[in-house]
Design a protein around this ligand. Structure first.
Ligand SMILES: NC(=O)c1ccc[n+]([C@@H]2O[C@H](COP(=O)([O-])OP(=O)(O)OC[C@H]3O[C@@H](n4cnc5c(N)ncnc54)[C@H](O)[C@@H]3O)[C@@H](O)[C@H]2O)c1
Length: 374
C-alpha cells in the first residue's frame, strides 16, 4: 500500500501529452522502450498473480472502443482505447488512449496518464520483447508493413532491443512511407523503401505487419514468407480485422498473449478453436520453448493485452515518482472526516477541504511544468 499520507492527498499524478513528450525528449524513446520491456518481462513472469479477462469491446461499423482492466495484489490498471482505421481520412488518429493505475489495498487511484503515445511505446516494447524469444538469432533486417502512427516506435524498439540495422518499408500510402523514412533518418538505420508487400519481405529476418483496415485483409500470403522468419503481426486485433492468410498461419508456430482474448481478436480467429498456440508467459517463464530451430517459422499474433498497459503505467509511475516530472491533478474528494463527504459542500475554502486542493487550478494550467506532488 502507498503511504497513508500520500493517499490522503486529493491530488494524483497526471502525465499529460506534453509531459509524456518531455519525458521522451529527456530520456530518449529507446531508453523508455527498454525500461518498459524490462517491466513487461517482470510482469509476464508473474502472470499467474494477475486477474485476467478478455477486454471489453464496443464495436461499431467503423471501429471499436475498448476497456482493458487487469490487477494483481499490488496494483490495478485499466486503459480506454479506440481503434478507428478510417479516422486518418478525416485527420483524426486511428488509436487514442488514456489509462489509470491504482493502489489495490486502498482502491485509490494513483496516476492518470495519456496513453496514445504510451500505447505506441508499450506496443513496440512488447513486440521487441517477444521477438527476443522468437526471432532468428542475429536478425539484422526487418520488413515494416504499415507505416502509420505505430511504425517508428516499432522500428526504434527492434533497433534497440534486437539490433535490427536495416528496415524495409512498405505502405499502400506513399506519404505514410515517406513520413516514416523521414522520422527515422539520422537514427543510424539503413532504410529501404519498397513498392509492394511481396518486395518488402525479400531478405527480411523479421516481418512486422502493422496495418489498419477494418476487414479480413490478406497482407501476407504463405508463398511470400520463407522458412526461418519471425512475423510480428500486430495490426489484426479485432473480430473481422486480420492481416495473415490462413495457410500462412497453418504453417507456423503461433505465440499469443492471452489465448481467450486472441481467439476472438487475433489472426487466429481464422483457425479452429482447438488449434495449437502457445501463450508467451510460458515461454518467458521457461516452461515452453520459443524458437527451437533456424528453419522454424514463428508468428507473434499480438493484439495488445492489459498486462502490457499495467507494466507501462507501472514503469512511468516509478519514473515520475522519482523525478517529479508530472503534474498533480485534484481528482479525489478528500474530506478531513472521511464520512463527512456532504460537509465539503459547506466548506467554502476548497472542494476537497484541504489547502492542496486550492493550489491545483494553477498547477493544472501549467501544462508542461514539473511539480512535486503534495
Ligand atoms: N497489437 C497491439 O497491441 C496494437 C497496439 C496499437 C495499435 N494496433 C493496431 O495496429 C494497427 C496500426 O495502428 P496505427 O496507429 O499505426 O494506425 P495508422 O492508421 O496510423 O496506420 C496504419 C497504416 O497502415 C497502412 N495500410 C493499410 N492497409 C494496408 C495494406 N494493405 N498494406 C500496407 N499498408 C496498409 C495505412 O496506409 C496506414 O499508413 C491498427 O490496426 C491498430 O489497431 C495494435
Amino acid at each position: 500500500m502507498q503511504s497513508f499520507e500520500t493517499l490522503k492527498s486529493p491530488n494524483i499524478s497526471f502525465i499529460s501529452v506534453s509531459q509524456m513528450l518531455g519525458l521522451i525528449r529527456s530520456y530518449g524513446a529507446e531508453h523508455l522502450i527498454a525500461g518498459i520491456a524490462d517491466y513487461l518481462e517482470q510482469d509476464y513472469k508473474r502472470w499467474l498473480d494477475f486477474d485476467k479477462s478478455p477486454r471489453f469491446a464496443a464495436h461499431s461499423p467503423e471501429g471499436v472502443i475498448e476497456l482493458m482492466p487487469i490487477g494483481n495484489h499490488e496494483k490495478f490498471s485499466f486503459k480506454y482505447v479506440n481503434g478507428h482505421p478510417k479516422n486518418t481520412q478525416i485527420g483524426l488518429q486511428t488509436v487514442t488512449a488514456f489509462g489509470v493505475l491504482s493502489d489495490v489495498e486502498s482502491g485509490y487511484p494513483l496516476m492518470l496518464s495519456e496513453m496514445t503515445i504510451l500505447t505506441a511505446l508499450r506496443t513496440a516494447a512488447t513486440s521487441a520483447m517477444m521477438a527476443k524469444y522468437l526471432a532468428p538469432k542475429n536478425a539484422k533486417t526487418m520488413a515494416m508493413i504499415g507505416c502509420g502512427a505505430q511504425s517508428e516506435f516499432q522500428v526504434t524498439a527492434f533497433n534497440k532491443l534486437l539490433g535490427i540495422s536495416e528496415i524495409r518499408l512498405f505502405d499502400i500510402d506513399s506519404n505514410a512511407m515517406s513520413k516514416c523514412a523521414k522520422n527515422l533518418a539520422n537514427k543510424n538505420i539503413n532504410i529501404v523503401m519498397c513498392d509492394s508487400a511481396a518486395e518488402v519481405v525479400k531478405g527480411a529476418d523479421i516481418i512486422t505487419t502493422c496495418t489498419a483496415d477494418k476487414k479480413n485483409a490478406t497482407i501476407l500470403t504463405s508463398d511470400m514468407v520463407p522458412a526461418g522468419v519471425h512475423i510480428n503481426a500486430i495490426g489484426g486485433d479485432c473480430p473481422g480485422k486480420t492481416e495473415l492468410s490462413k495457410s500462412l498461419l497453418e504453417r507456423a508456430d503461433i505465440f499469443v498473449e492471452f489465448e481467450p482474448q486472441t481467439r476472438i481478436e487475433g489472426d487466429i480467429q481464422q483457425l479452429p478453436a482447438q488449434s495449437m498456440v502457445t501463450e508467451m508467459y510460458r515461454v518467458i517463464r521457461g516452461e515452453c520453448s520459443g524458437r527451437t530451430s533456424d528453419a522454424q517459422l514463428t508468428i507473434f499474433d499480438g493484439v495488445g493485452f492489459a498486462i502490457e498497459d499495467y507494466s507501462a503505467l507501472r514503469y512511468f509511475y516509478d519514473l515520475v515518482s522519482k523525478n517529479g516530472q508530472c503534474q498533480a491533478i485534484e481528482l479525489l474528494a478528500s474530506p478531513q472526516d472521511p464520512r463527512n463527504l456532504f460537509g465539503l459542500i459547506d466548506t467554502p475554502s476548497a472542494a476537497s477541504g484541504t489547502k492542496a486542493g486550492s493550489d491545483i487550478t494553477e498547477k493544472e494550467n501549467i501544462a508542461s511544468a514539473s511539480v512535486e506532488l503534495s
